[in-house]
Design a protein around this ligand. Sequence first.
Ligand code: NAD
Length: 467
Amino acid sequence: MSDYRMLIGGALVAGDTVMDVINPATDKLLAVCPRGSAEQLDAAVAAAKQAQSGWAARSLGERQKALMRLADSLESRSEDFARLLTLEQGKPLTEATAEVAYAGAFIRHFATQGARVEVLEDGPDRRVEIHRKPLGVVGAIIPWNFPLLLIAFKLPPALVTGNTVVVKPSPTTPLTALMLGELCAEVFPPGVVNIVTDANDLGGRLSAHPDVAKISFTGSTATGRKVMQAAAETIKRITLELGGNDAAIVLPDVDPASVAPALFSGAFMNAGQVCLAIKRLYVHQDIYDELCDRLAALAIDAVVDDGFMQGAQIGPLQNRMQFEKVKGFLADAHAAGKVIAGGKAIDRPGYFIEPTIVRDVTDGDRIVDIEQFGPILPIIKFSDPEDALARANASPLGLGGSVWSKDVRRATDLAGRMDVGMAWVNKHLDFGPGIPFGGAKQSGIGMELGDAGLAEFTQLSVLNIAL
Ligand code: NAD
């Protein structure tokens, strides 16, 4: 029996079976959670399909108002959400609190947006209008690193444009999504929002479902490929936000002491489990030793602990599978370079890994070429910034990237030539609901957020009238 309920057709319901959710800081049972069946997923899609035309027929103002109410009720329970997020995801309570606040702000942003008719031509012979219609039922598939915020990337823009939604959280972090479902049940008409949990076995069914018009997916590149294949049968719209192996390039004119803290947090936030984290740090040879030492000092000083402990900066990895995977990357780091901070799993219950800095590694080493998605930062030396840029761009992934220099013009020129969806100058990991978010190359297809992201939840339709 579980205290949590899925949301299907306006009803909060038990799963046909249950599954365990583990607290990553203790490796102990946190909660028993509903596990949806294929039939329950189909019922959720059917409810969303049935509700869609009525929802789209409501005025934009009504849909916006409902989203505002959702933001209000989320914010009125923000402490409960933050605590549950730390319990299920592992991140420090400060980061969980920030994630809940961001989720509220993202919902509020889209509660002021909407698709409007654009007049392209008006006479003398014809009037051409561009309409943006809802797609229908949207499937939102969520990973475990930002279980609440990534719902707030998808649900609000889908709903404000008149779609209905079936959310499928990650099996290891379903609880905050289910808590959000309780709020959605009070705010939206039955079927407009549905939340179905699984044990990693319903994502394929949702992606292939003939009554789902679009999949908005965030997760690994490998799973993204499967979504694309499953969506092909019905020519579904897809947005894929996939893996990243972001490079940061540090030019010789920066002061290592002043940039080290920002580089450190860009790499180690959420224990490195951030798609946009700095995962390859290219540092000019003139400042290489000093910057390596400063980052190592920050890593050695960082407080790694249960997210509820006062002062905890880095929590555990989110799940055992990722913990084992990152231990493999630690072995690669020791084999390829010189580990100057951290380097091992911490001997305590839970999935804790010491923040690890590895120097004297280069492109071609697995620790550099493959996304680690954990608290390990490889630092690569370069002499020519053009060469560093070429190496940064050689990755098949292209999510984000940054260039750091006192010479903003030079850094902007280099950053503008990164093959990525999001490039920064003298910062990393800065984003907001009004700024398009997405990746180049195998980091994804399409954008989320901003006007570009909103448009992806609509079908552009031309209305051409003879005058
Ligand atoms: P994952 O691909 O294993 O899982 C993501 C989701 O897909 C889960 O809900 C999972 O149950 C579901 N899924 C599993 N099999 C499926 C299938 N066959 N069809 C459809 N869905 C299926 O990813 P993860 O391990 O949860 O997350 C980590 C990855 O996500 C990293 O690679 C990270 O870079 C990436 N990520 C990308 C972004 C971005 O915006 N680009 C943001 C966060 C995370």
